[in-house]
Design a binder for this molecule. Structure first.
Ligand SMILES: [Zn+2]
Length: 204
């Protein structure tokens, strides 16, 4: 009920894990992993810390339950508290961590030529049916946003984008970028899961 079933999750044979709160299964990379280090339950941003991992859906409903009782129950009281409260954890640890990963995916995409910067290259790829999604900066003018949303609709492509034009430009040492585009592939799949996690956690 609380796990978002995305197209990738259905199509992909990627490892699945179960949320300790709602018991729903989901793709491992779409869940948040926690691991016990020296008796402390730590958030494992990159899902690489050794030892047993505990997974929670990337949404406030399940995180709140985990902080209330889920972690205590499952670790049998062996762990100290993770953070003073779930809101502090989301604000201070989780969202900054996810934003860092978000920038890493964009850089990896650019380096491997899967991420396109600027209207010309994005539109060129869209014409050639080589585009998987648009990214539109949050501060794009209404007319610009509308134009790309219509293009995306025509090609039945998703429209992403969380941050403003200076964020997307600055990341690549360039001037402001209003429009970017992803070409299909694993990087795009994981990026789009990550973006929906950030969007959901910021909005709730
Ligand atoms: Zn859950």
């Amino acid at each position: 009920m609380t796990l978002e079933q995305t197209k990738e999750q259905v199509e992909n044979t990627a490892p699945q894990r179960r949320c300790i709160c709602c018991r729903g299964n989901g793709k491992k990379t779409g869940l948040l992993r926690f691991a016990v280090i020296q008796g402390c339950l730590c958030f494992d941003l990159r899902q690489k810390l050794p030892g047993r991992g505990y997974y929670v859906c990337a949404q406030n409903h399940c995180l709140e339950k985990a902080f209330e009782s889920g972690f205590r129950r499952i670790t049998k009281h062996e762990s100290k508290e993770l953070a003073p409260d779930v809101q502090t954890f989301v604000r201070e640890i989780l969202l900054p961590g996810l934003k860092k990963r978000y920038t890493e995916y964009l850089l990896a995409g650019y380096q491997s030529h899967r991420l396109l910067l600027g209207a010309d290259s994005v539109e060129h790829a869209a014409q050639a049916d080589q585009l998987a999604a648009y990214i539109i900066a949050s501060d794009a003018s209404e007319a610009t946003a509308q134009k790309y949303r219509m293009n995306a609709e025509r090609k039945q492509l998703p429209v992403l984008g969380l941050y403003d034009r200076s964020f997307y430009g600055c990341l690549f040492g360039k001037s402001d970028k209003v429009v970017l585009g992803w070409m299909p592939g694993t990087l795009f799949d994981e990026f789009s899961v990550l973006e929906s996690m950030i969007r959901r956690l910021s909005a709730e």
